[in-house]
Design a protein around this ligand. Structure first.
Ligand code: PYC
Length: 309
């Protein structure tokens, strides 16, 4: 039995948010639907997740992307996203990073590519400009103005929406969305998440705050707290999809009109949507860059071979 496992990865960042794409050496998750493969990943190979994205090889910020064979045969690739605490339904910045990484390897060119994900197939394309646009799964708002009580703060009204992950979205708050205020924003959003859980919505695991952007031509700036308490450096593709669902439900953005979303670090995604029944189909556009090609080494003799768990 080999005591050393070699894992081929490609690192990228999308608007500052890192993605680590696992190309070779991942666990065998079978050939079922991707949602079933996530269960196998979680139950039998969760140590692989922490080995790839956790310290000492990774960090809380890195989102992993395991490239797999698609189950849906209309798709060219399948992908399962994971983070420092678990698994994601979809990941927008990760999808943009994936396409730029596959283009770097010569495995995709400009034009549409279908990707199988645990929450359903999506379409992505590398544009001639070098940007990537992806069309997300159907997104929708679940709750409008849900009242929460936050000890020490008072009443806060929040929206809950699905964009491939679950989000709690807040416009009415007194928080300063600046990089110098990350500790306070993390504390505030963690308390919001606890209050949402206590209100009977334990699946809502991302919290997203909005303020108007100060940049010309940019509609809004956000701060997104992810489930493992890392904040998204990108404007968050699934979070922007959830935002578009709320804007559409409020009649504040018409189908086809553009919404420009800035992240806490100043990177931007452009979003628009078309209607599908009472849901929307968002299209999000952004840019990613490859930052590294590497072989990770998992040495069975290393006490932290599976990360610091
Ligand atoms: O871009 O969808 C996204 C995302 C989710 C978590 C981190 N980034």
């Amino acid at each position: 039995m080999a005591t050393v496992q070699r894992i081929k990865v490609l690192d990228s960042h999308t608007g500052g948010e890192p993605t680590r794409l696992v190309l070779e050496g991942g666990p065998d998750l079978g050939s079922g639907p991707l949602a079933d493969r996530v269960k196998v990943f979680k139950e039998k190979h969760d140590n692989f997740r922490s080995a790839i994205v956790g310290e000492p090889r990774g960090s809380d910020v890195i989102v992993g992307a395991l490239l797999v064979e698609p189950h849906d045969k209309t798709c060219q690739f399948g992908v399962i996203f994971f983070n420092n605490v678990g698994y994601l339904g979809m990941c927008g910045h990760g999808t943009i990073g994936l396409i730029v990484s596959l283009a770097h390897l010569g495995r995709v060119k400009t034009g549409p590519v279908k990707l199988d994900t645990p929450v359903g197939p999506i379409e992505a394309q590398l544009l001639a400009s070098g940007e990537v646009a992806f069309t997300n799964i159907p997104s929708y708002r679940k709750e409008k103005d849900l009242p929460l009580y936050l000890p020490g703060v008072g009443d806060v009204n929040v929206d809950l929406a699905w964009g491939g992950n679950w989000f709690c979205l807040i416009e009415n708050h007194d928080q300063t969305l600046e990089l110098s205020n990350i500790a306070q924003l993390t504390d505030y959003c963690s308390r919001i998440r606890q209050a949402v859980t206590d209100s009977g919505f334990p699946d809502i695991d991302h919290v997203e705050l909005f303020v108007p952007s100060k940049k010309p031509g940019v509609n809004s700036k956000n701060f997104v707290l992810c489930p493992g308490k890392a904040y998204d450096r990108s404007p968050c593709g699934t979070g922007t999809s959830a935002k578009l669902a709320c804007l559409a439900a409020d009649g504040k953005l018409a189908p086809g009109d553009e919404w420009v979303q800035e992240s806490i670090v100043g990177s931007v995604f452009r979003g628009k949507y078309r209607k599908q029944g009472d849901k929307i189909i968002p299209t999000i556009t952004g840019t990613a860059f490859v930052t590294g090609e590497a072989t990770l080494i998992l040495d069975a003799g290393d006490p932290f071979v599976w990360g610091i768990r």
